[in-house]
Design a binder for this molecule. Sequence first.
Ligand code: ADP
Length: 627
Amino acid sequence: MSQKTGRLFSRAILALSVVSALPVLLIGWHVLRVDNRVLQNEILDKQRTVAGQIASVLSEEISRKAQFFSVFTDLHTDFGGHPFIDKEDIDYLRIKNPEITHISVLNNKGRQLFYSSEESSRFSYASELDNILHACVAQGKDYVGSVNRVNGQLYALMAFPLRRHLRDVKITGVLVVEMNLATLGSALQESYPEDLFVAVTSADGSLISYSGAEGGLALEENLPLRARLQRWQQALDTRNGARLELPDGQAVLVSRAQVPVMRWTVYVQQPADTIRRLLLESTFHSLWDVLVILLVMIAFVLLTGYFVISPIVRPVRRLQEAAVKLEQEEDYMPQEQDLIIPRNEIGQLARVFLHMAQVLRDRKNALVCAQQELAGMNKELELRVQQRTAELKAATDELVKTERLAAIGQMASIISHEIRNPLAVISNATRLIKTIEPPKDAKLIKQFSIIEAEIKQANSIISEVLGFARSRDMILSTIDLNSYLHDLLLSFPASSGIRLQEKLDPESVHLKIDAEEMKQAVRNLISNACEAMQGQGTVTLGTRVGKKVVCIYVADEGPGVPDALKEKIFSPFFTTKARGTGLGLAVVRKAVGRHKGKMFIHNRATGGAVFEIYLTIYRKTGDTRYG
Ligand code: ADP
């Protein structure tokens, strides 16, 4: 269960985490993209700064030299005591400064007055003379000229105006100096940064110095380097820094700076890979930052989610538990204390649930009551149906039996009548023969008596059949029971071995009965009792008077009636006797039934059967004892 409800919580937390992580990831990605551009610009800026620094080193170096010559000329003008610089001065100057390879002194028209040189033949300033005169004579300024390459060495030309007095405006001459730039190249090597490639070019594009050139300037032909220089010059025509593709396919970042005064250019280059390397480092750094922010954010979301969602999930979980319990447990009734009921919609839901559970319980109880009532009614109905069915069956059986008996009785009566007539003829004929010719022979006499006995037996059977079949209306009369039974017993023809005994209740009663029919019934019982004892024993005829009914009973000392036969013996024609008709007890039951009485049979513990007839007392008469 907790697993099921936990799903809601974890889903909410997951959704919140994703929602909160998305902006962080987007920002991270954007930051990385911006980083790429910013980094390139920063690198180019840094390169430009380096180029600027190198340019200023160069500029300072040249300025220092120029300043030196300016001071020199000034000194020789004002304090030298010499109206003009002579050859000795310039020789001294050249020897003291080994990078100075040639010094000339010209007049203000440009004619060389004297010079000092290592190799006088190769020095030539003719191509720049106009520029020198223009700068120094016409404008009174120092001149820094172009770089010349001779025998693989670079030389720079500088010129300085000469005056007679410091305050003179007029320029009287020009000091032209040629300087070997190898020393400058060596000095520059020290200021080049290790991780960057630097190259310095003159105004006409000649390579003055580059990093990696050992022992000063390397002016030998270097084609890849030249190609690279050309590419730089083309690409950086208007800009001071860019990302370039070199002819050999290498991508580089190049920045440049101008050296003031000399119109030289300093190029600084490094492979574009550096960006990627730095970017990777910074990306890794940024990624780490993003990851940390992400983790913090998720932790924050989880905590917030827990505190926000928990008050929702906990009541819902309790509600679910209660609902499941209500479904599974028969007697469970959710209570307020089983649930969490906050003051919001979930609380309302919980209250509705409690109300619903109560309504459900009430309806269930009502249903159970209705079911019980229905079951009771069903049972009663079933009983009634059973009762009615039994009654119907009994009535049907009775009807069938009655009809069957009526049919049998009718048939028996017809047959009896038809047999009784020939029997009467035979009886009369026998009597006539005996009258006309009385038999003398003993055998004949015996045969005649057998015929008479059988006729008598046959007649008695016929009488019995007719008695059973006859269906006449009852002739009711009021009799005193004790006297009635007493007379009946007296007239009964008992055989010699049988003792008939009377045990009548002293309290005699009056009954309203068909005296003839009831007499036949009681006589049948007595004769059955005699037959059961096989002519030996005592038959008791007795009564017991109750409040409203009286019991007439006949008891014998015979074998009794087996339980299995107790019902059957009352059926017409059922007999266990060789010459029985099976109608005696049927007649008894018929008579008792017509008198609305009851019949019972039971065996005595001492042996013998007891047949009881219960009849309604018509009137009580007091003691009328007989005997
Ligand atoms: P029947 O006497 O012609 O046989 P009943 O209807 O009078 O016809 O009797 C039916 C049967 O009931 C008898 O055959 C007998 O087996 C049994 N019965 C009747 N009375 C007694 C009795 N007192 N003791 C034992 N059995 C009896």
